[in-house]
Write a protein that binds this ligand. Structure first.
Ligand code: MN3
Length: 249
């Protein structure tokens, strides 16, 4: 046991007992008592973020008939919420590991942080770039965003065709993403498997389409291509253009 871990246990007020086997049992671990947020921060001398589920910017049924209300409710209230909780848990466990200087599970919690962090980030982006059809959703991109798409893809239609193909072709659960890449100031289309694999660096996602089955299966079953086609009716292009201008700054 390193001195950091001893100090941490003292700070946390934990007691240790020597079991018959000779192993030292740490009561705080044995009883799996959650540390308070304050104790964690003191112990790890780093400030933890409490990630929270952002409210949907519209009603569950606002994207009907393209995305049904039940899917939206489950997707936001259950799936996204689970990613927020998973991210908080992973970061708390990493803080505990720092405090205890015990990194036996660092690979596990790093993976959990990437998976749930990706889920939280991408769903937050996903809700924000949609709007009810005809009330901010659908139509065609205009202005600076349309110009940039023409510059980097040849035309808006060519962009949409590639993006739809990327979304439809994701293997298993994942996302289609439009990124702005800082180094050469280009828009690029990427896929993500799950929420975090196949990522590129130095890029900012400005448009995201969730193609996990939970995003469409109730209404579209196995017909993902129909969901992707319908989804264009609820894309909030003004929000995407705003994301692009922020990424370009
Ligand atoms: Mn999802």
């Amino acid at each position: 046991m390193g001195s950091n871990r001893r100090d941490f246990l003292k700070t946390a007020g934990a007691t240790s007992v020597v079991a018959a086997s000779g192993f030292v049992l740490d009561n705080s671990v044995a009883q799996a008592q959650p540390m308070s947020q304050q104790a964690l921060q003191q112990a790890s001398s780093g400030k933890l973020t409490e990630h929270v589920l952002p409210p949907l910017p519209y009603g569950y049924d606002a994207l009907e008939p393209h995305i049904d209300a039940q899917t939206m409710q489950l997707h936001h209230d259950k799936h996204h919420d689970a990613y927020v909780k998973g991210l908080n848990k992973a970061e708390q466990e990493l803080a505990k590991a720092r405090a205890a200087n015990d990194y036996a599970l660092v690979q596990h919690w790093s993976r959990q942080a990437a998976f749930h962090g990706g889920g939280h980030f991408l769903h937050t982006l996903f809700w924000s770039i949609m709007a009810p059809s005809g009330k901010g959703g659908g139509g065609e991109p205009t202005g600076m965003l349309a110009d940039k798409m023409k510059e980097d893809f040849g035309s808006v239609d060519a962009f949409k065709a590639q993006f739809s193909a990327a979304a439809t072709a994701v293997e298993g659960s994942g996302w289609a993403l439009l990124h702005y890449r800082t180094a050469d100031k280009r828009l690029i289309i990427l896929q993500a498997e799950n929420q975090q694999k196949l990522s590129s660096w130095g890029t900012t996602p400005i448009l995201a389409l969730d193609v996990w089955e939970h995003a469409y299966y109730l209404k579209y079953q196995n017909k993902r291509a129909d969901y992707v086609k319908a989804w264009w009716n609820v894309v909030n292009w003004a929000a995407v253009e705003k994301n692009l201008s922020m990424a370009m700054k």
